[in-house]
Design a protein around this ligand. Structure first.
Ligand code: AMP
Length: 325
């Protein structure tokens, strides 16, 4: 999916990042920093705590990942230094991938996503081998702290990504518990699309005079996307009927269909499969390994249609979808 950025005239080289990171972003095709990157990177490099009110799509990941990579302490080579908490496994994986992309040329940097649903042994082995950056969902991070497998002493930087989403998913107590376990925390960055009272309280309690950066989210629609609306009457059955007709008449490449409940993902996927399309349901009850496989299958064209709840689909990064319904 493509993302549109409101870019500003400054360049990455003005932001104070080391050359190797300038080169990494330019290899990825980033020509200019997005507004949140331009405003936030210098403060994070300076060591300030930051609060970013910004949504996915604004480039917020690079806004914290680039300066935090620049600030890694090389002496503590294989101990975790940066911990990122993210609400979902998909977002954790996506953020870990971004850290890896930006640090690909640095041989000794290891980034580890840890999330519920994945085999403990795999994570334990990787934690044992060592890594500087851990990106995890709160529940699993807590488990590893309790087991003693995730060492907290050397973590100097913490990021709370999509804090309002963590609140919505009931992770706030876990997040606070984790915040209380970080004796060496020097810097904290908190990102949230919205700022409900509970998130403000966390910022007040745990952040030290944070710089606040708000990126107004304009409801932009990429002009490459054509939007259509079809109104049906007669409930689920007539929607399925209409959907069948759309699929028959449209040329499509990859289709993502959103429904509200887990049950509907399964029901609808079964109905569409019965029409002869290769379709799979994606919801929070499906095992993580299977979810990753499903997303891979959509990416490689082995599945045409994915029926998902918005929670399960958060952080999906799939190119070449022709239709979202
Ligand atoms: P995020 O808001 O962090 O989820 O980023 C959204 C997308 O924008 C990701 O695919 C990034 O790779 C991409 N991106 C981030 N910063 C830039 C930039 N300065 N120029 C172009 N693309 C970017």
């Amino acid at each position: 999916m493509s993302t549109e950025h409101e870019t500003t005239p400054s360049s990455f080289s003005d932001l104070g990042l080391p050359d190797h990171l300038d080169q990494a972003v330019s290899r990825l095709g980033y020509t200019q920093p997005t507004p949140i990157q331009e405003k936030m990177i210098p403060h994070v490099l300076e060591g300030r705590d930051v609060v970013g009110q910004a949504q996915t799509g604004t480039g917020k990941t690079a806004a914290f990942a680039l300066p935090m990579l620049a600030k890694l302490k090389t002496a503590k080579s294989r101990e975790p230094q940066v911990l990122v908490l993210a609400p979902t496994r998909e977002l954790a994986i996506q953020v870990a991938d971004s850290f890896s992309d930006y640090s690909k040329h640095l041989k000794k940097i290891h980034v580890l996503p840890i999330f519920g649903g994945q085999d403990y042994n795999v994570q334990l082995r990787q934690l044992q081998k060592g890594c500087q950056i851990v990106v995890g969902t709160p529940g699993r991070v807590m488990d590893h702290i309790r087991r003693g497998s995730l060492k907290m002493d050397s973590i100097h930087s913490l990021v709370l990504d999509e804090a309002d989403e963590m609140l919505r998913m009931g992770f706030l107590d876990d997040v606070e518990w984790i915040l209380d376990q970080l004796p060496g925390r020097e810097q904290t960055a908190l990102f949230s699309a919205t700022m409900p009272v509970n998130i403000r309280k966390i910022a007040q309690k745990y952040l030290h005079q944070p710089v606040e950066i708000t990126i107004e989210s304009k409801a932009v629609t990429a002009n490459t996307v054509e939007q259509r609306c079809l109104i049906t009457s007669g409930g689920f059955a007539s929607k399925i009927d209409a959907l069948g007709k759309i699929l028959e008449s449209e040329d499509f490449d990859g289709v993502l269909i959103f429904v509200r409940t887990k049950l509907q993902t399964v029901e609808l996927a079964e109905k569409i499969s019965a029409l002869g399309y290769s379709t799979t349901a994606l919801n929070g009850d499906i095992q993580q390994s299977q979810r990753l496989r499903t997303i891979e299958q959509l990416k490689t064209g082995k599945i045409d249609i994915l029926v998902a709840t918005d929670v399960a689909a958060r952080g999906l990064d799939v190119n070449d979808l022709s239709h979202v319904i």
